[in-house]
Design a protein around this ligand. Sequence first.
Ligand code: NDP
Ligand code: GDP
Length: 329
Amino acid sequence: MTKALVTGITGQDGSYLAEFLLSKGYDVYGMVRRTSTINFDRIRHIQDRVTLVQGDLLDEVSMIHLLREIRPDEVYNLAAQSFIPTSFKQPVLTGEFTALGVTRLLDAIRIVDPEVRFYQASSSEMFGKVVETPQTEKTPFYPRSPYGVAKLYGHWITVNYREAYNLFASSGILFNHESPRRGLEFVTHKVTHHVAKIKLGMADRLPLGNLDAKRDWGFAPDYVEAMWMILQQPGPDDFVVATGLTHSVRYLCEVAFSYVGLNWEDYVFINPTDIRPADVDLLIGDASKARTILGWQPRVSFEEMIRIMVDADTEALQQGENALAYLRA
Ligand code: NDP
Ligand code: GDP
């Protein structure tokens, strides 16, 4: 049985990846950090089929112990401080988790078992103020937030450990991907959650920031499959994973509100605190390499995904005001 260790298993991607690896017959271990209140909502439905082990990206020794005990064949590093506005407020902590955390984990692998196959969750935010459109594996980087800068460090340290120590260390440069399990603070889920609340009479306004920002938004379950495919290649490499389509936050509002028969302009207002000190205006990826080499392609369209999210939020809210869609989705 192939063994995989997933950091960030309690997050959106970690939960879908764990499901996917279980479906492939893997023995799945998930690294979780100690918290005073347990937060396993996204993995509750698979908790008895995965092994949860304690560790933290801040603590290299904890990861050395885990690697020694588990002896995984594959390690997926999905853990990070992943929200950009928080990275402006806590830039040093973001660097510790999202940048140096990668070095700690790579070092632990180098010490314990350099044969491990390592996946790093790189991000399209590294392209930031884009210098080329669409963005490919060869596009120069220009990050626009402490998160983007930290991810860039994580990306290059992965390349560096591959070249310096011959590790099987690969990166997926994933463009934004969403689902009913996405954190509620991200714009897609913020919009779909508010649309469901407004439709049910629980809210009457939706504060937003930059409506002109454009993203290449895909569906998270499609994207975790690409992560796995990247580690099944004969050698380590980097891959852009994207849909090749881009949409504005304004269009996102149109799709979500019109799905429930409402006009978005009657509800959305600009909230200055939702506007970032520096933003990324446009992202659109060219995933030709992933399509050709991995045989990967997205299955769910943007519009379909937003409808899935509105439905999941509506159902969750109907079952109890405090329920979050991702508890069941
Ligand atoms: P989430 O924010 O949903 O999940 C992040 C995970 O990291 C959580 O499980 C969290 O645990 C864990 N974590 C945070 N800090 C630490 C730490 N110090 N030690 C151990 N675990 C920690 O992110 P996503 O699932 O959306 O994304 C997965 C990865 O992919 C992230 O690295 C993200 O930056 C990257 N990415 C995501 C994209 C997207 O569109 N979703 C696009 C490109 C890259 P806890 O539950 O305890 O907080
Ligand atoms: P990101 O690409 O990782 O920053 O993903 P987000 O979903 O957080 O943001 C995507 C884009 O939506 C960014 O350009 C934001 O500036 C823009 N946006 C506009 N209004 C909001 C808002 O209220 N919340 C968030 N999170 N983003 C917003």
